[in-house]
Design a protein around this ligand. Structure first.
Ligand code: FA5
Length: 347
């Protein structure tokens, strides 16, 4: 039986389609896929040749063969598109692999920086006191005479003013000589009960040596509540020193005079630079003044509007720079502000 021309054409289209699809699937590159595209779908390509024979067909046969031709074209085009996407994603993966850069790596040739030892110890102490319910306060380095002296029970003619050599500025202002004015600012800002610490830079017009700087750091602490006693003060001082040194250190407590506390104490630490044998840091005494403290003087509470009959408190003024010296075994305070990278790189 003679086969219809359209059937022959459809069979040929189907064969060509299968062949093209196989070649596309096996093509090793996009160039090879493109070559199949030209051969199969191009203007002079194999499928185009079939259209030439369409003239010999009846309208129905032409419709049938045309449908087969379009279906084959579409299938081949889709297969080409899939291969193109495949090649592109392989190329993209290879590019990402080749160009991958770890942006978190430090730039070659530079060393990562580190925090200054005083900053490190300050942050540790802040974390400790925050965990104990204290607030961290900040105060100005340029202070009023009132906050630095008067409100701390040191009136103008008081001899205690000579204990701290002051850098005076115009207009009765000064560079704060200690962090204690932040006690006053804390009491002005918050009502009792109150727990605060205030780390900061202080300034004194004094002779510089191995343990004295004109610019150094202190960390003030104050707690005001009902029935605060020396036992509370010592409890917090012990927690502070144990947390900083993580071992037993020898300290001594002796009476100390500060107009803003009564009773007042000096808490000295056995010199960790020389082990107590005597060195320039401890001025050959074996002890370093570190943590003066006491119970807040009633006049100080009263001057800030707090009734000393109702409330009491303790306060301390830690020598933060000296503490860093003891903790890291730094035998000269001047190194800390020298900006010498050979020194700073060790921390
Ligand atoms: C005061 O400054 C008081 N405001 C501390 C205070 C606060 C007492 C609250 C009671 C209640 P003093 O002048 O002693 O006290 O200084 C405190 C600490 O700062 C000293 O123990 C010492 O560790 C440190 N210090 C004092 N002068 C210098 C200096 N020139 N260089 C480095 N550290 C210093």
């Amino acid at each position: 039986m003679e086969r219809r021309v359209s059937t022959v054409i459809s069979d040929n289209i189907s064969r060509l389609r299968t062949e093209a699809l196989e070649r596309i699937a096996a093509a090793p590159s996009m160039e090879a896929v493109d070559a199949v595209r030209v051969e199969a779908l191009g203007r002079k390509g194999a499928l185009a040749q079939f259209s030439k024979d369409f003239g010999k067909l009846t309208p129905e046969e032409r419709a049938e063969a045309g449908k087969a031709l379009n279906a084959a074209k579409q299938e081949i085009e889709e297969a080409i598109e899939r291969r193109r996407l495949g090649f592109e994603s392989v190329a993209l993966a290879a590019r990402l692999e080749a160009e991958w850069v770890d942006l978190t790596l430090p730039a070659p040739g530079t060393r990562p920086g580190s925090l200054h030892p005083v900053t490190q110890i300050q942050q540790e102490i802040e974390d400790l006191f925050l965990s104990l319910g204290f607030t961290v306060l900040d105060g100005p380095e340029v202070e009023t005479e009132y906050h630095n002296f008067d409100a701390l029970n040191i009136p103008p003619d008081h001899p205690a003013r000579d204990m701290q050599d002051t850098f005076w500025l115009d207009g009765g202002l000064l560079l704060r000589t200690h962090t204690s004015p932040v006690q006053v600012r804390g009491m002005e800002q918050f009502r009792p009960p109150l727990r605060m610490i205030a780390p900061g830079r202080v300034f004194r017009n004094e002779e510089v040596d191995a343990s004295h700087e004109h610019t150094f750091y202190q960390l003030e602490g104050m707690m005001i509540d009902r029935d605060v006693s020396v036992a509370h003060l010592l409890y917090f001082m012990k927690i502070l020193l144990t947390s900083v040194f993580r071992r037993e250190v020898t300290v001594r407590l002796r009476p100390g005079y500060f107009p803003f506390v009564e009773p007042g104490f000096e808490l000295d630490i056995h010199c960790l630079i020389c082990g107590g044998a005597g060195c320039p840091v401890c001025k050959q005494s074996g002890w370093v003044e570190l943590l003066p403290c006491g119970l807040v003087h009633p006049n100080v509470l009263r001057l800030s509007g707090i009734d000393p009959e109702q409330w009491g408190g303790f306060a301390f003024g830690l020598g933060l720079t000296r503490l860093a010296m003891m903790r890291y075994g730094i035998d000269d305070i001047r190194l800390l502000q020298s900006g010498d990278l050979r020194f700073l790189k060790q921390f």
